[in-house]
Ligand binder design. Structure first.
Ligand SMILES: [Zn+2]
Ligand SMILES: [Zn+2]
Length: 449
């Protein structure tokens, strides 16, 4: 499998420089010898969750299935943290507390994969629901890893803290769990680990030190004008013209106010005003998304949006200043460099360095970095990407570089995103297990390796 991946991806050739991982691999073998016994249930849960996806903050069935499995493996389970969040603790002697996080929610997207276990779920309002971000993969790899660690307690020491998080897509779930006392009630972990599916070939993994995903903020701007007949614009303060000008002017934040070294995106995704051709409305509504590689840059971009909106309104003689509201935000997903290197070395040792692809900054956002904010000090976090694209589809996609191929393959948040089931679940359990073991202490001397 690794060789196939190797032949198709421009690879990070770190091989000879990497520390060999014989001790860690030996421990991983002791834990992963249970994988074949665990996988049938992982697969059954995956098909169930994929077929029955639940939107953000509605993950009741998913959470119940996770909690039931953790209890069956001997975890101390608490339900209903920050909504449908589930926490499972397995204390296994002295050692660090390693938190493993998986997210559970799906998206309002219609599935068109044609898979036998495709979702046909719609909400009572008729809205289609699909696991189009692979959170079902994350959830079942989490329960699979939890089972593997529970069945091999002599191979490691420490505490495993399994966290199944709701409402990631709305960027609310991590914060809700923390505000509901995740760290206060269950202890602040020493490290937090998470993984996400990516449209790379199944079996490939991507790690990046430092910023790995951009921070985001969604902003709503309400512009106030004065309505009038469309034939008498001189009697109006036209919010449509004000908004149109603002859309253009906002593009100058990235092009004129940031340095070329400061990666950022400002997109106006929603602009609504008026009802008829011959009526000048009273208001216009804009919604924006902002992405940045640095939290300080995000603060500057948000300040610039507010400054420009207010000044534009004033220049148009608006009757009152606009309302500028940050609807949701997430910080930059920042990998602790030392922890990330440890995980990357562990994955290179287990999967072979040929399975690693060069790390890229991903413009999408996550609320995972919220878990880095411990009550007293920052908690080191590491987040990596696992390829889930079937190798056949990857090989047949046009292009030679990974970027060219990815642009021809269905990615997350699309109707056609269809992870390779068998490969993704097996590799996803392995990657999370090996990463957890790289952070936990070694157990008793092996009897069987
Ligand atoms: Zn998503
Ligand atoms: Zn996601």
């Amino acid at each position: 499998m690794n060789n196939d991946v190797e032949s198709q991806v421009a690879l990070e050739r770190e091989g000879p420089h990497e520390p060999p991982q014989p001790e860690l691999n030996a421990r991983a073998r002791r834990v992963l010898k249970h994988l074949d016994a665990v996988l049938p249930d992982v697969d059954a849960l995956y098909r169930d969750l994929h077929q029955h996806p639940e939107l953000s903050a509605q993950e009741a069935h998913t959470a119940a299935e996770v909690a039931r499995r953790l209890e069956a493996e001997g975890y101390e389970v608490t339900r209903g943290i920050g909504g449908h969040g589930v926490v499972g603790l397995l204390c296994n002697g002295d050692g660090p507390t390693v938190m493993l996080r998986g997210d559970m929610d799906a998206l309002p997207i219609e599935e068109k994969t044609g898979l036998s276990y495709a979702s046909h779920v719609t909400t009572p309002d008729g809205e289609p629901v699909m696991h189009a971000c692979g959170h079902d993969v994350h959830t079942v790899c989490l329960t699979g890893t939890a089972a593997l660690l529970a069945r091999s307690r002599d191979a490691w020491r420490g505490t495993v803290m399994v966290v199944a998080q709701p409402a990631e897509e709305t960027l609310q779930g991590a914060r809700a769990m923390l505000e509901d006392g995740l760290y206060a009630r269950f202890g602040t972990p020493d490290v937090v680990l998470g993984q996400h599916t990516a449209p790379l070939p199944v079996g490939a993994f991507m790690h990046r030190e430092g910023a790995t995903m951009m921070g985001s903020a969604n902003v709503r701007i309400r512009l106030f004008g004065r309505g009038a007949h469309g034939a008498t614009p001189h009697l109006a303060v036209d919010p449509v013209v004000m908004g149109a000008s603002l859309v253009m002017r906002l593009q100058t934040i990235v092009s004129r106010e940031l340095s070329p070294q400061e990666a950022a995106v400002v997109t106006v995704g929603h602009f609504q005003a008026g009802t008829r051709a011959n009526v000048i409305p009273y208001e216009a509504l804009l919604e924006l998304t902002v992405r940045t590689e640095d939290d300080a840059v995000q603060a500057r971009v948000l300040a610039a949006i507010e400054r420009i909106a207010k000044a534009d309104a004033e220049a148009s003689a608006a009757p009152r200043p606009p309302q500028v509201e940050v609807l949701s935000s997430s910080p930059v997903n920042y990998n602790d460099p030392a922890l990330l290197r440890r995980i990357r070395d562990a994955h290179a040792g287990w999967f072979g360095s040929g399975a690693l692809v060069p790390g890229m900054l991903v413009p999408q956002s996550e609320d995972f970095p919220r878990f880095a904010q411990g009550p007293r000090q920052a908690v080191p976090t590491a987040f990596w990407f696992m390829g889930v694209t079937p190798l056949k589809a990857w090989n047949e996609a046009p292009g030679t570089t990974p970027l060219e191929k990815v642009s021809h393959l269905p990615g997350p948040h699309t109707s056609l995103y269809a992870p390779d089931r068998e490969g993704s679940l097996r590799k996803g359990c392995e990657s999370l297990t090996v990463a957890a073991l790289a952070c936990l202490h070694a157990g008793t001397a092996s009897r069987d390796s």
